[in-house]
Design a protein around this ligand. Structure first.
Ligand SMILES: Nc1ncnc2c1ncn2[C@@H]1O[C@H](COP(=O)(O)OP(=O)(O)O)[C@@H](O)[C@H]1O
Ligand SMILES: [Mg+2]
Length: 395
C-alpha cells in the first residue's frame, strides 16, 4: 500500500459566523485517485483550495509528507490545479499553452533564477502532448479546439511541471455526457501512467464511483463517509450517503437480534450485527436487490403504481402500505397489479439512525412525476385499506 502524502487534521474553515468546513480529517496516499463528492455548497472546492494553498484553514493543519504547510503559497507546493474553466491563453497555440509554466525562470535555493534549456522544454511538452493524445496539435490555436481537446491542453499544462499531486475541480463539468465518459477513462489512464496523486472534485456520483480509488462523501461541511466506491455503495453509513449514491429505498426498521431486522412488522434476515436489541434503524434496500414474486409468496405485498421502461430494466414503483419503493426489474408488472417481493439477506443493509433519518428514500414524489402525466391522484384513496398499523395484519 502506498504511503500517506497529504493529511488534513481537524481543518475548520469559517467565514464570519458561517462554518463552511467542520473539522475535516482526511489523509490522501501517494498515487491515489481520491474524489471529494457531494452536493453543491458542501465544501468540496474549499477543501481543494486548502490543499492547493489558495486558502489557509481557520484552524487545523494541512500536512504534506508530514510537514505542516498551512501558509506555504501555491507555487511552492508540489501541487497543481486544473480548474473547471480551463483558463487557457487564447492568443497562444497548444504548444505554448503547455510550455507556459516551463518558460518561467525558477529560483534555485541560492536565489539565482534559472531558465530551462529550450531542448528540455521541447521534450517535456511533446511528451505531455503525447500522454494526453494531442500529438500533431502543437501549432493549433487553442480557440480552434473542441471542449474536450481544450480540457486535454489544460491537463497537459498542469502536469508538465511534474507535480506530485493534481487537483481537479469539476474538470468535466462543461463537457457533454459522451465526452465526459471518454475523458473519465482518459484521466484515469493518465493518472496511472504518470503515477501521480489525483484529488478530484465532483457532484456526480457515477463519475466518482467510476474513477476513484477512494471516495470522500461530504455534506454540510462535514465528511459523511470515506471508502472505496464499493464500500460507499454497498455499506453506506447513513441515509444521506445511501440516498446520494445510487438509488435507494430507505425504510424504518427495528433490529430484533443480530441478523434479524423488522420492516413493516415482518422479520427479514440480514447480515448486519452489533446493534442493540430493538434498536430503531434505517434500512437500505437497493432497487436491483428486490425480487418480484407472486403475491402469495411475497415477504411483502404491494401494488404497482408506475412502470417506466429504461432499456435494460423497468423502473417499477410499488406501494407497500403507503410507502413507495423503487424496484428495478426485467419482469414487466403492469400498473395496479398486486405483487409480492423477496429480498435476500445480502440485499438488506442496516444503518444507525442519524440526523438524516426520514429525509430520504421514499419514492412518492418520484412516482408522482410520472403520474402527473396521467391523472391527478385522488386524495381520498390515499392510504386506504393498506396500512398495516391500521389493519393489525398477521405476522
Ligand atoms: N469566500 C467565501 N465567503 C463566504 N462563504 C464562502 C466563501 N467561499 C465559499 N463559501 C461558502 O462555503 C460553502 C462551501 O462552498 P464550496 O467549497 O465552494 O462548495 P462546493 O465546491 O462543494 O460546491 C458554500 O456555502 C459557500 O457559499
Ligand atoms: Mg465547487
Amino acid at each position: 500500500m502506498s504511503k500517506e502524502l497529504i493529511r488534513l487534521r481537524d481543518c475548520v474553515m469559517s467565514y464570519g459566523d458561517e462554518l463552511v468546513l467542520d473539522h475535516i480529517n482526511l489523509y490522501i496516499n501517494d498515487k491515489e485517485f481520491l474524489t471529494l463528492l457531494g452536493p453543491s455548497g458542501c465544501g468540496k472546492t474549499t477543501t481543494l483550495r486548502m490543499i492547493g494553498g489558495f486558502l489557509s484553514p481557520t484552524s487545523g493543519d494541512v500536512l504534506f509528507d508530514g510537514v505542516r504547510i498551512n501558509h506555504v503559497p501555491p507555487h511552492q507546493r508540489a501541487v497543481n490545479t486544473v480548474f473547471q474553466r480551463y483558463a487557457l491563453f487564447p492568443h497562444l497555440n497548444v504548444f505554448e499553452n503547455v510550455a507556459f509554466g516551463l518558460r518561467i525562470p525558477k529560483a534555485e535555493p541560492s536565489g539565482r533564477k534559472v531558465k530551462l534549456p529550450e531542448r528540455e522544454i521541447q521534450e517535456r511538452v511533446m511528451e505531455m502532448l503525447s500522454i494526453v493524445n494531442l500529438k500533431g496539435f502543437e501549432k493549433r490555436p487553442v480557440s480552434a479546439l473542441s471542449g474536450g481537446q481544450q480540457q486535454r491542453v489544460a491537463i497537459a499544462r498542469a502536469l508538465v511541471n511534474r507535480p506530485r499531486v493534481l487537483l481537479l475541480d469539476e474538470p468535466l463539468g462543461a463537457l457533454d455526457m459522451r465526452l465526459r465518459k471518454d475523458m473519465q477513462n482518459e484521466l484515469k489512464r493518465i493518472q496511472q501512467e504518470m503515477e501521480i496523486t489525483f484529488i478530484y472534485v465532483t457532484h456526480d456520483q457515477e463519475e466518482a464511483l467510476a474513477m476513484s480509488d477512494t471516495v470522500v462523501v461530504m455534506d454540510g461541511g462535514r465528511i459523511q463517509q470515506i471508502g472505496t466506491p464499493e464500500d460507499i455503495y454497498n455499506e453506506p453509513k447513513n441515509a444521506f450517503v445511501a440516498d446520494f449514491i445510487g438509488e435507494s429505498n430507505i425504510i424504518d426498521g427495528i433490529m430484533r437480534a443480530d441478523g434479524v431486522v423488522e420492516i413493516f412488522n415482518r422479520k427479514f434476515q440480514c447480515l448486519d450485527k452489533g446493534f442493540a436489541k430493538d434498536e430503531p434503524v434505517d434500512v437500505v434496500i437497493r432497487p436491483e436487490d428486490v425480487d418480484i414474486v407472486d403475491e402469495a409468496a411475497g415477504q411483502l405485498k404491494g401494488t404497482v403504481t408506475s412502470v417506466t421502461f429504461k432499456g435494460v430494466h423497468y423502473d417499477t414503483i410499488v406501494d407497500f402500505y403507503g410507502f413507495k419503493w423503487l424496484i428495478q426489474t426485467t419482469d414487466f408488472c403492469p400498473v395496479d397489479s398486486r405483487i409480492g417481493i423477496k429480498i435476500d439477506p445480502d440485499g438488506i443493509h442496516v444503518m444507525k439512525k442519524s440526523e438524516y433519518s426520514g429525509m430520504f428514500g421514499d419514492y412518492s414524489s418520484y412516482s408522482e412525476e410520472y403520474e402527473e402525466l396521467d391523472v391527478v391522484e385522488d386524495e381520498s384513496q390515499e392510504g386506504e385499506g393498506d396500512d398495516p398499523w391500521e389493519d393489525g395484519y398477521e405476522e
